[in-house]
Ligand binder design. Structure first.
Ligand code: GLV
Length: 306
């Protein structure tokens, strides 16, 4: 029985790593599948669903990334789909969010422009203890991002579909409370996944709830934001700035007006790449669990899309 590995990048390195971590398994390198019926585990990011029927003994699909929208709405076999929940990835995303929030909170954008004009002028800023960070989507990654800010002394507000009770966090729940949540934050970090419930959630009404000086950072999925509404809201002066690491179409097409918007910063979906070193160990541990008849985790709940 075998493991079939199909990574969009560095596939051979991934295969070598799984051979090292799981020496008792045959590890096959896509597209060379010797015996499709021998494939028990498919480690992948995207795979043509119409190819799946030949893996008649498939026991699980293990994702190479945190996002799982590519598995939804497709006709995949009825086996567990195991998400990648890598704390190292979440830590990297937290560093990304901290770097952009502090960029605006501490006026680095203004100082950069001032330097070009040889202007030496200190600006007042709101200290961390008075600057509320809102985490929009308080799941595994969102919690880690919130903890990073909390460790630096920022108050944390969290919005989620189901709520939470972690102490020291102001929790907001569901669509009734999203306006109050957005109004309470100086910076909003959007960590929401792409699901039918989150599509277009951040629209003009929602941006109108934000404070004029607020910063919106999207490290979740582009589909959660109505991009035309965001661009218009920024031109209207509320919020003040947005950082988009994800967009509804990726790569962002050169003709997109988002590139040239004066209040938008774009990065190429770079906040938390999958790292072979940590991710392969987590995936291998889940394969070990499956081999022992235990539950891998976390398993995608196909009913809510994450
Ligand atoms: C990146 O966005 C991922 O889903 O891992």
């Amino acid at each position: 029985m075998s493991i079939l590995v199909q990574s969009p990048t560095d596939n051979e390195r991934w295969v070598d790593e799984f051979r090292r971590l799981l020496p008792d398994h045959d590890v096959e390198c896509w597209p060379d599948v010797a015996v499709p019926a021998a494939v028990e585990y498919l480690v992948m990011w995207r795979h043509d669903p119409s190819d799946m029927a030949r893996y008649t003994n498939l026991r699980a699909i293990l994702s190479l990334g945190a996002g799982v929208e590519q598995f939804l709405g497709t006709d995949l076999p009825d086996v567990p789909i195991v998400r990648l929940a890598d704390p190292a990835m979440a830590d990297e995303m937290a560093v990304y969010a901290v770097s952009w929030v502090t960029h605006f909170q501490r006026h680095h954008d203004v100082y950069l422009a001032d330097q070009a004009k040889t202007i030496w002028k200190e600006l007042p800023y709101t200290p961390a203890a008075e600057y509320t960070i809102g985490i929009l989507g308080h799941g595994t990654i969102g919690r880690c991002v919130g903890q990073a800010f909390a460790g630096l002394g920022y108050p944390i507000a969290a919005w989620s579909r189901t709520g939470g009770d972690e102490p020291g966090i102001e929790h907001y729940v569901g669509s009734e409370q999203i306006g109050a949540f957005l109004a309470a934050c100086d910076a909003v970090i959007n960590v929401l996944p792409n699901t039918p419930d989150t599509a277009g959630l951040m629209n003009s009404d929602r941006f109108a709830s934000m404070q004029p000086h607020a910063v919106f950072v999207n490290i979740g999925r582009g589909s959660t934001v109505v991009e035309d509404d965001l661009a218009a809201a920024l031109y209207a002066g509320r919020p003040a700035a947005a950082v988009l690491d994800v967009t509804s179409i990726e790569p962002l097409p050169p003709e997109s007006p988002l590139w040239k918007h004066p209040n938008i910063r774009i990065t190429p979906h770079s906040s938390g790449p999958t790292r072979l070193g940590t991710a392969a160990r987590l995936i291998a541990a889940n394969i070990d669990r499956l081999d022992r008849g235990e539950q891998p985790f976390p398993i995608l709940d196909r009913s809510n899309g994450y």
